[in-house]
Design a protein around this ligand. Sequence first.
Ligand code: 5GP
Length: 201
Amino acid sequence: MEDDARPEAARLTVLSGPSGVGKDSVIELIRARSPWVWLSVSATTRKMRDYEVDGVHYFFVDRPEFERMIATGQFLEWAEFAGNLYGTPRGPVEDKLRSGEPVLLKIDLQGARQVRAAMPDAQLVFLAPPSVEELKRRLIGRGTDDEETIRRRLVHADEELAAEREFDVTVVNDYVERAADELVSLLGSSFLAPARPGSQS
Ligand code: 5GP
C-alpha cells in the first residue's frame, strides 16, 4: 500500500550497514510504498547484475569515466568497495534538498563518513542484522559472487559492524517491512514531522 505520510521538512539521511544486511530489500520496499522518498542513484564501475537497470539501481560507468567525474568534483562522496568504485553524484542531491525533498542515500561506511564530514546535519542510520551469524549466512549464501569476493565481503562486514557506534540511529533488519517503516519515519524526524493519521505516540 502506498504511504502518503510525507514529512514536512527535508533532510539528508544516509542508510549504511554491512554488505548482505538487506539494504537493497529495504530500499526496494521504500521505492514501492513511499515513492515520495527520493533515492540517490550512485555511479559505479561494478558490472551490472541481471536484475539491475542502468539509471535506476546505478549509473554503470567505466573507470575512466568515473575518474573523470572525480576530477571534475561531481561526487558528494565516493569510495572503493571490493575492487569497484562507487560514488554519489552531488548535483541531484543538492537540487532535491534545495527543493525541500527528503533525500535517502544507500552507501557504504567510507561514504557515510565522508557525508558526515561534508554535511554535519545529515542523519546516519545503521542497518543492523538480527545477529552476526545470520549476516554471515546471508553473505555466503547470496550466490551472486565468487569466493574471493565473498571473502572480501566478510572482512569488510566485520569492520562495518564495529562502526555502528558512529551512527545516529540503528535500525534492526529483523523484518524488512518493519525496518522500512522505521526508516521512512526517521526521514523527517528532526523536524517534528506530523504524526501519521491513526498513529499513536
Ligand atoms: P553492491 O555492489 O552490492 O550494489 O554495493 C556494494 C556496497 O557499495 C554496498 O555497501 C553499497 O551500499 C555501497 N554503495 C553503493 N553506492 C554507493 C555510493 O555511491 N557510495 C559509497 N560510498 N558506497 C556505495
